[in-house]
Structures are given as C-alpha cells and as structure tokens.
Write a protein that binds this ligand. Structure first.
Ligand SMILES: Cc1ncc(COP(=O)(O)O)c(C=O)c1O
Length: 384
C-alpha cells in the first residue's frame, strides 16, 4: 500500500482504505465510513429536477469558460456572500476543484516552478504538483497554533527555500483550520511582498462553524481562487467547480481549458446553476455536520485521542494517536479490520509527522458516527 514512485508520487490513502473497506463489506462486514470527505446526502431536490428536465436535450460542449448563466449566478454569489463584484468573464467552470488546480498551476507557472503548500495538507496538492513536474515547498503548521498558517510562517519558509506560488485552503483539509479576515490579510500581504502568487482553495467555504469564511477576492485581485460544488452543495460525483482568475491570467487559463478539457460537463453546469439558489438546503446539511462535529470531538477525546481543536470548518477531525500507536497506516488498517471503522491515516496528509495522526470525517450520518465511537471505544480498550 505504501508504493512511492521515483518522483515522490504517492497513492491517495483515503481511497485505498475505501477500497479495503468495500472489500470487507463484500464479505458481509459492517463498516462505519469515516474515511472520505463526502457528504452523505444528495444534492438539493430542485437540482435533480432541473437535471431531469434538461436530460433529453442534446448535451453538447459549452464554451470553455462555461455557461454564462452559471457564471452570472456565481457573480451574484460573490456579491451577496462576500460583498464583491466579480466579472463573470474572469471565471472558468471546472471539473471539480481538482481540474482547477491543474489549470491554475499551468496558467500561473511553468513546470519546474516551486509551489508552497501547508503540511499537513490535502494529499492531492503534493501529488498533483509532483506528477505535473512542479516542485513543492512544505510549510509546517502545528496543533499548538490551531493548525493556522501565518504570514511569518510563509516568510520563514520562503527565506529557507524560495517559491513562486502558495496553494492554501481555508477551511483546511485535514485539520479544519480556518483563518479570519485579519489572518487572511496577513497571508495575502506576505505573498504580495514576496512576489508569491496565491492560489486560494475555497472549497470548504460555507462549512464554517466559527464565522463566515472570507474569500481572498475580498482582499486582492491577484490571487487565483478555486472553489467547487462538491462539498457545500453535496455534489462530489458531479465533478463541477469553478475558478476566478486575475485579469493577467484569464486568457491563458481559457486557452488551457479549451485544450485540456474543452469544457466542464454541461449537465453538471446546469445542476450547479440551480444549486447556487439552494443554500437553505446546504445550510440544513451544515447544521447536521455541526452536530456531528461536537459528537465526534467529544467522543474522540473521551476515548483518549488527542484533539486540541474540533476544527473551525470543513468536516474533519485530525486526531493525535500517540497514546495508541506510532504508525498511522497500521493503526487504520487494524481499526478497519478489527473494529470495522474506516478512517484515513495521517501519512496521507503529512509524510513527515503524519504517523501520529488519523483523520476522521464527520460528513456522514449521526448514527454512523455514534456506532463508530462505540466500536472505537472497544477497539482501544482491547489494544491497551
Ligand atoms: C482541500 C480540498 N481541495 C480540493 C478537493 C477536491 O475536490 P473536488 O475536485 O471534488 O472539487 C478536496 C477534496 O476532498 C479537498 O479536501
């Protein structure tokens, strides 16, 4: 399971754990799925209705930037949620935020350029960068500082090893850490001072439990902003997201999109346009995650996991396992095999110190989290 290729590309262990969990289910085992950051609910009913209505129409390509109606809906979203005017011509509809990363890297940098990311961080950042021939600079963030990235952290890392870009998510995966306006301004200003292009991954915006997320667009127009319908709107498999590019990059981004992907899936663009108007539904899901968050954090702490913060946003608990084990992959495999609880080893997010952590997702249902906690209690007791 720990295959690493010569360029450092590694598997996405959450997916590998999922495969193993599915194999156990095929043998008749019951598994609590806390390994994937996937909402348990479908998209809003009106989204499904709109898609059913559109389905018989020929679903041709859209223009590379995406349906104008979708981009206008996104402009309305930025105006109402963030108080900023964003020109729909600066937006591209993408295949989830994942294709947005590929476009962002190739639009703003040339292969070989070094891009900084936080450690721990979303595994696809490092793997995508390495796989596409970019360099990576890791900036460690710590539980002691609430897993928050600061301008001082960026400047210190840059002094050690310069980089051209910074890819940063708030709220973050796997820690749930979110920066407030002042902290984001510190990051934006530091990047501007160092000549570093900021890529702001805003995929978990909306899933914030301590105050509304601030978009980088509220503070600068030099950043690339990436977002997605996957999480807040419960549309992971629809593969639809968007990006906002600075004026100096939009044409190159559009050309790359034309050539790499042609356009985002048309039906998913139609669905996304409708989803933007269904925030009440999304807020209902968020209210359930908020309850799960407290349930999981309290339960994990009571069992003996080290969890300094329940997370400011997203739907993850990044819990220390030092009292139980020093190999997070082994711990997750045993937990899956013996307790029927699937979670993701910290090594997915942090190749240096991830062995001390496991990420539990609370995007699923309350009963599945309750059952997982019950099983974990017995698993830990049996091991101690
Ligand atoms: C921080 C972060 N960014 C991006 C993604 C990719 O999401 P998608 O391509 O579905 O938009 C994820 C998925 O878990 C994530 O956690």
């Amino acid at each position: 399971m720990t295959t690493t290729s010569a360029d450092g590309l590694m598997p996405f262990y959450a997916m590998e754990i999922l495969n193993r969990a599915r194999a156990l289910e095929a043998e008749g085992r019951s598994i609590c799925h806390l390994e994937l950051g996937e909402p348990g609910q479908p998209p809003a009913p009106r989204v499904l209705e709109a898609v059913a209505k559109a389905l018989p129409d020929p679903q041709g390509y859209t223009n590379a930037k995406g349906l104008l109606a979708l981009r206008q809906g996104l402009a309305a979203y930025y105006s109402s949620q963030h108080g900023v005017a964003v020109d729909p011509e600066l937006m591209l509809a993408t295949m989830g935020s994942s294709s947005g990363f590929v476009l962002a890297f190739h639009t703003a940098f040339r292969p070989g350029a070094r891009i900084a990311i936080t450690r721990p961080g979303y595994p696809a950042y490092v793997n995508t960068l390495l796989g596409l021939g970019f360099g990576v600079a890791e900036i460690p963030v710590s539980a002691a500082n609430g897993w928050h990235l600061t301008g001082a952290d960026i400047a210190a890392a840059h002094a050690l090893q310069p980089f051209e870009g910074l890819l940063f998510a708030s709220p973050a995966n796997p820690t749930g850490a979110a920066v407030d306006r002042k902290q984001l301004a510190d990051i934006v200003d530091t990047c501007a001072r160092l000549g570093v292009r900021l890529i702001s991954d805003e995929i978990y915006h909306g899933l914030d439990y301590r105050g509304a997320s601030v978009s980088a667009l509220e503070l600068t127009r030099d950043a690339i902003v990436i977002n997605s319908f996957s999480k807040y709107y419960c549309m992971t498999g629809w593969r639809i997201g968007w990006m906002v590019l600075p004026e100096d990059l939009i044409r190159r981004g559009e050309i790359l999109q034309q050539n790499l992907f042609i356009s985002a899936p048309t039906l998913s663009q139609i669905a996304a346009r409708v989803a933007l108007g269904e925030r009440d539904y999304a807020e209902e899901q968020k209210a359930a995650y908020a309850q799960n968050r407290t349930l999981l954090a309290d339960g994990l702490r009571e069992i003996g996991f080290d969890l300094a913060s329940a997370g400011d946003g997203a739907f993850y608990a990044y819990a220390g396992i030092r009292d139980f084990a020093n190999d997070s992959m082994r711990f997750c495999l045993d937990m899956l095999q013996q307790a029927g609880v699937a979670a993701t080893p910290g090594v997915d997010f942090d190749r240096s110190e991830g062995n001390g952590f496991v990420r539990f997702s609370f995007a699923g249902t309350r009963p599945s989290i309750e059952m997982a906690l019950e099983r974990l209690r017995a698993f830990v007791r049996a091991g101690s």
